[in-house]
Ligand binder design. Structure first.
Ligand code: PMV
Length: 329
């Protein structure tokens, strides 16, 4: 009753921002992401009579129960599998957690896959995506590789709200994303809290929602056509629209710090000079720069020179979550 899985983080090109239900987690809008080789989590789960309760260790630190209900998510798997044992979970990520870098996506995806395998649950990829979504919404996209769409769905039970591959990682091997780290401290407002506050208080939230279906349609076409400019421009504008809803909530949520703005302006400057680069941002100050393989060297060099940039992580389209044989304990 022990298994290990790895999952890559994913970064949304059309963002999920707002829940229509928090139990089960269901989104107000659909979203599209790229699964990122370069930012991964590995998780080992063991169920055993010898454990009196679930314990979770993330990057060598014991994880206490908080709003990210990891313990509750393990219970969900136990209930489905009909097992009574408790779990020991050990997880390691190769990038900063909780800094707007989608660590909950790779984390919940690896956890769900490893826990299901350890519990002897046989789920289809779609069922796995639905179960993963109940731990953390965006995580349902990391079940799949390449470019992925998470369907909003209509039903209250969430049976039609799952992720699905648009194209695999080999479809667009030149696509790159440079995650630019400006601060790896834990963020002040979680995405969970931030989106709830936005839905409740942002006067423009309905306007955001009204534009998302159009973005999803154009983004899907752009990915299928491998049209980099189209992907980049829709992604950048979509992220700015999402941040506009965050900024106009009460109290206002501003994830940006001066270094965030430095990068935004540097990307726009590069475009002026004919270098194809676009930015996107999530619930944190870090900026992800979208580009193509041929421009990585020049763009990385320029980003590294900016004030406040501490590190960059280069990502390309990666695999979906998978079971591996080497355990963490
Ligand atoms: O699923 P969560 O709670 O990690 O929320 C993710 C929200 C964004 O990263 C801002 C957007 C997205 O679609 O990933």
């Amino acid at each position: 009753m022990k298994a290990t899985a790895t999952a890559n983080a994913n970064i949304a090109l059309v963002k999920y921002w707002g829940k229509r239900s928090s139990d089960p987690i269901l989104p107000q809008n659909g979203s599209i992401s790229m699964t990122c080789e370069g930012m991964a989590t590995k998780t080992t789960v063991e169920f055993s009579e010898q454990y009196a309760e679930h314990t979770v260790t993330i990057n060598d630190e014991e994880f206490k129960k908080d709003e990210k209900d990891i313990h509750g998510h393990i219970d969900r798997v136990c209930k489905l599998a009909g097992i009574k044992q408790h779990a020991r979970v050990v997880s390691e990520s190769n990038f900063p957690v909780a800094a707007g870098l989608a660590s909950s996506a790779s984390g919940f995806s690896a956890l769900t896959m490893a826990a299901c395998q350890a519990a002897g649950l046989k789920l289809s990829p779609r069922e796995l995506s639905i179960l993963t979504r109940q731990g953390s919404g965006s995580a349902c996209r990391s079940v799949f590789g390449g470019f992925v769409e998470w369907h909003r769905g209509q039903r209250d039970d969430g049976s039609d709200s799952y992720a699905e591959e648009i194209v695999g990682k080999e479809y667009w091997p030149e696509f790159r994303m440079i995650a630019t780290i400006v601060e790896s401290k834990k963020k002040p407002v979680s995405s969970r809290g931030g989106m709830a506050q936005t839905v409740a208080t942002c006067p423009y939230y309905k306007d955001w929602l009204a534009t998302v279906d159009g973005d999803l349609k154009v983004m899907k076409e752009a990915i299928e056509e491998r049209d980099f400019e189209k992907v980049g421009s829709v992604a950048e504008f979509n992220a700015l629209k999402m941040h506009a809803t965050m900024i106009t909530t009460k109290p206002s949520i501003i994830y940006w710090i001066p270094a965030t703005m430095e990068i935004i302006h540097a990307v726009r400057q590069m475009r002026e000079e004919g270098i194809q680069a676009y930015f996107t941002m999530d619930a944190g100050p870090n900026v992800k720069v979208l580009c193509q393989e041929q421009d990585v060297k020049e763009i990385s060099m320029r980003l590294a020179e900016l004030e406040g940039v501490t590190n960059t992580i280069l990502c390309k389209p990666g695999d979906g979550a998978k079971i591996v044989t080497e355990h963490l304990f």
